[in-house]
Write a protein that binds this ligand. Structure first.
Ligand SMILES: NC(=O)c1ccc[n+]([C@@H]2O[C@H](COP(=O)([O-])OP(=O)(O)OC[C@H]3O[C@@H](n4cnc5c(N)ncnc54)[C@H](O)[C@@H]3O)[C@@H](O)[C@H]2O)c1
Ligand SMILES: O=C(O)C(=O)C[C@]1(C(=O)O)C=C[C@@H](O)C=C1
Length: 296
């Protein structure tokens, strides 16, 4: 017999890559939510969700969508959290669990905690899974399989609420890790946000060069450059919001990276082969480590 659903009525706000993947999974499994309410204000998204048939109820009004829900997950760009919270806070059911998939966690506490009604439990979360694609057609039910989800519940958070959010992600096939929001923001600054900043920059630099030289530089891009272009193709709203909501950690990692890149540049200038080899060895070691834990 299948396990009882984690939530009786789960409202997913934002049905892009992450939200629609969760909706598809909930529909497929039946033990995540008995009823899924989908809420999205994007042009044409509600109509598309009805066509896809991945939610029981489709709404465009967040205040109405959350009513009577024992679980609510925000899967919208992090820059919209404060506005969405202002809409939903008065309508959240007592005892409801509020969670999210946002890529920055200090900003989530900043934007949600002051408006959290008494008796509503906040359990912030971040699935370390994604692609460069966005929107309701980009989602797929296996997205979270074998990936980490980081939970950042503030100290004193109701243990039952944390257990529910953990159970939802475990049923999605994910592995869980818990840490505080500040540590999370530093970790993702180096493993996710800085790599995107570098990818956007290297593509812009190559594009500038192509324009300056009137050459079709990019047609010669083999797989090294192409690997950068995959993540550089990511969504504008999402990444603008991430950069603006993880400023101190991202700037700290950028400063460290710039210093290290300068050091490698200096070794190139002065022909220091040993230094160059050491950096390449370290790159290889990191890659082997990721392959060993099945994350590459
Ligand atoms: N894409 C990834 O790789 C990834 C991975 C992990 C976490 N995240 C985080 O998860 C969240 C969602 O990311 P995504 O990739 O699914 O984004 P997405 O762009 O694919 O989807 C976001 C959806 O939210 C909707 N939306 C925007 N503002 C809204 C509002 N005020 N009310 C209702 N709907 C609204 C949009 O119409 C869109 O359908 C973001 O906070 C992002 O940082 C993304
Ligand atoms: O695989 C990708 O394309 C992603 O960008 C996914 C990715 C990442 O950087 O790893 C992007 C943002 C998230 O918050 C989590 C995951």
């Amino acid at each position: 017999m299948a396990d009882a659903p984690v939530f009786q009525r789960l409202c997913i706000i934002g049905l892009g890559l992450i939200g629609s993947s969760l909706a598809r999974l909930a529909r497929e499994r039946g033990d995540i939510a008995a009823t899924v309410v989908a809420c999205d204000t994007g042009p044409g998204v509600a109509a598309r969700l009805r066509e896809l048939g991945i939610a029981d109820v489709v709404e465009t009004d967040a205040a109405r969508a959350v009513q009577g829900c024992d679980g609510v997950i925000l899967c919208v760009p992090v820059g919209t959290f404060a506005a969405v919270m202002r809409q939903i806070a008065p309508h959240l059911a007592p005892g409801a669990v509020l969670t999210d998939s946002g890529s920055t966690k200090g900003s989530v506490l900043r934007d949600l905690v002051p408006l959290l009604p008494a008796g509503v439990h906040l359990v912030p979360g971040h699935p370390m899974a994604g692609t460069e694609h966005s929107g309701p057609d980009a989602g797929f039910a296996t997205l979270f399989q074998g990936r980490y989800v980081i939970l950042t519940p503030p100290s004193g958070t109701d243990a039952g609420a944390v257990a529910k959010v953990a159970a939802m992600w475990e049923r999605a096939g994910a592995m869980l890790e818990t840490m505080d929001a500040t540590t999370h923001d530093k970790v993702v600054a180096i493993v996710s946000h800085l790599p995107h900043l570098i990818a956007f920059t290297i593509c812009s630099t190559a594009d500038d060069l192509a324009q300056e030289t009137q050459e079709q530089v990019l047609k010669f891009a083999a797989s090294g450059f192409r690997d950068f272009t995959r993540i550089a193709a990511s969504d504008v709203n999402m990444w603008r919001d991430i950069f603006l909501n993880n400023r101190p950690a991202l700037l700290e990692m950028l400063a460290r990276f710039s210093e290290d890149a300068q050091a490698l540049g200096r070794a190139v200038r002065w022909g220091e082969a040993g230094f160059i080899e050491d950096r390449i060895h370290r790159g290889q070691k990191v890659r082997r480590g990721l392959i060993a834990i099945n994350q590459a």
